[in-house]
Design a protein around this ligand. Structure first.
Ligand code: NAP
Length: 458
């Protein structure tokens, strides 16, 4: 261990939970060696053998659900029922890859003039995963399941405010009797990530986090010509058309904005509402937002907890204030509550226009933003007028028409109709533009960290 430490602070009361000394350079080197050794053995396992480990990990996750859920809730403030759901989703995703992985990664014969030619999906080696705090388990396991299934080893550098979760994940793998070194957590300052990417034994990097840090990762990976997948920020537009089922639209936008206390990459960050129904939407949304309460994330009755860190709350509050200064109208919230913790009230802004922070920046917290559009075409233009392209949703009773718009006019990686944007192990997930590149989940996620090898026999 080295001199520096990471501190876990409970965002509900501002008190320190634990201090974790970061790993020394010598420890990092040893871990990389161990991972390489583990990879050399693991790659020779059959797909079925790898699937068995994934099932064991899922089982341990379920056995430890309560403990893990409480840890995440204490470290980053997620309402505890959502923490439990998160652990369950990880287990399901491991089971999905255990079942489907062998099909996704089976050899594929391609008829050519060879005696026999086929595509074989071979592992790349040791994959470095740099992950964010907002879904401290989900982000890691959704990357891990296909990475291990493909025969790779994995090293995790987690966000420094969830070091307890990071170490707990390593424990889960140990309890599942994963081969030594196959998965390891390194407590590493972000300033050391670029050097680790450059280490020859690291074959690839998967990153989930902000666009800012994503660029740094991409630079380091690009310099070393290493494969990378980037899952970055988003500012999903939820378009409400004139013929929308207004109750469905308002309820979905409300829930999709406030899930995880608004700290989700695919939250409903902009409500783009056509002029003819804007007032109705606004009134209904204000009724819900104004009545939404927040409190201790350990109380199962609270759907909204604190934000994960006090500095993130300050950043969000400044974005709200800058937007108001630029002409946005505050309908509710928008203040710093008295007392300890990083709580921020459900907040609603309207009259948001181009040039304001709430129009163009990612608001990573419980702040709803209403942007009025002249009509359907204007709504699509506004939705696409963003540096991001992670997801988007459309609300309309004319499902066929909305489907066409979602499929062909919305510029984002995940487009939904009459539904919140969400991830599902069966479907690919990822973004375009400054939301990143590459895909996780589904068959596409299974084939990101593989050598797509041509085998030709004559
Ligand atoms: P972040 O600040 O980018 O941190 C993410 C990870 O990168 C952490 O492990 C962090 O470590 C590390 N990091 C930060 N700066 C770095 C640098 N210069 N070089 C190398 N590593 C660095 O993001 P966050 O605040 O944790 O997460 C919120 C962001 O993630 C939002 O923008 C959200 O939209 C995005 N996100 C995207 C997805 C998706 O699937 N597209 C999913 C979830 C979240 P330290 O903690 O030690 O700094």
């Amino acid at each position: 261990m080295s001199e520096t430490s990471f501190f876990s602070i409970n965002p509900a009361d501002g008190k320190q939970i634990a201090a974790y000394p970061t790993h020394s350079d010598a420890h990092v080197q040893k871990s990389v060696k161990q991972a390489t050794k583990a990879f050399e053995a693991w790659r020779n396992n059959t797909l079925r053998e790898r699937a068995t480990l994934l099932l064991h990990i899922a089982k341990v996750l379920r056995e430890q659900k309560e403990k893990l859920a409480l840890l995440a809730t204490r470290e980053m403030g997620k309402p505890v029922t959502q923490s439990r759901d998160e652990v369950e989703k990880c287990a399901k995703t491991l089971e999905f890859y255990a079942q489907e992985g062998p099909k996704f990664l089976a050899d594929e014969i391609v008829a050519t003039d060879a005696l026999k030619s086929y595509v074989s999906y071979q592992p790349l080696g040791v994959v470095l995963a740099v992950m964010p705090w907002n879904f401290p388990y989900w982000q890691v396991f959704r990357a891990m399941a296909p990475i291990l299934m493909a025969g790779n080893a994995m090293i995790l550098k987690h966000a420094s405010n969830v070091s307890g979760c990071a170490l707990a994940i390593e424990e889960v793998l140990k309890k599942a009797v994963a081969p030594k070194g196959l998965f390891q957590t390194l407590l590493l300052p972000s300033a050391k990530v670029a050097d680790l990417i450059a280490v020859p034994e690291i074959s690839a990097v998967t990153f989930t986090g902000s666009t800012f840090a994503g660029r740094k990762i991409a630079e380091a990976a690009g310099r070393n010509l290493k494969k990378q997948v980037l899952e970055l920020g988003g500012s999903d537009a939820y378009i409400v058309l004139e013929d929308a089922d207004m109750t469905l639209a308002v309820d979905t936008c409300f829930n999709a904005r406030l899930v995880n206390t608004g700290q989700s990459c695919l939250a409903a960050k902009r409500f783009v509402v056509v002029k003819s129904v804007r007032k109705e939407f606004e009134k209904m949304m204000l009724t819900k937002m104004g009545a939404a309460t927040f409190g201790s994330p350990q109380d199962i009755n609270n759907k909204i907890g604190p934000m994960a860190r006090i500095d993130l709350r300050e950043e969000l509050h400044q974005q709200v204030l800058r937007s108001i200064d630029a002409g946005a109208k505050l309908l509710c919230g928008g203040y710093l509550p008295d007392g300890a913790g990083a709580f921020y009230p459900p907040t609603l802004l309207t009259n948001v226009k181009k040039g304001m922070a709430a129009y163009s920046e990612e608001l990573f917290g419980p702040v709803g933003v209403i942007i009025e559009a002249k009509d359907e075409q204007d709504a699509l233009r506004i939705a696409n007028d963003s540096e991001y392209g992670l997801g988007g949703a459309l609300f309309s009773k004319n499902k066929r028409h909305a489907e066409r718009l979602a499929a062909t006019q919305l510029d984002a990686g995940n487009c939904f109709v009459n539904s919140p944007v969400h991830s599902d192990a069966r479907l690919p997930f990822g973004g375009i533009k400054n939301s990143g590149y590459g895909r996780e989940l589904g068959i596409f996620g299974a084939r990101e960290f593989v050598n797509i090898k041509t085998v030709f026999i004559q």
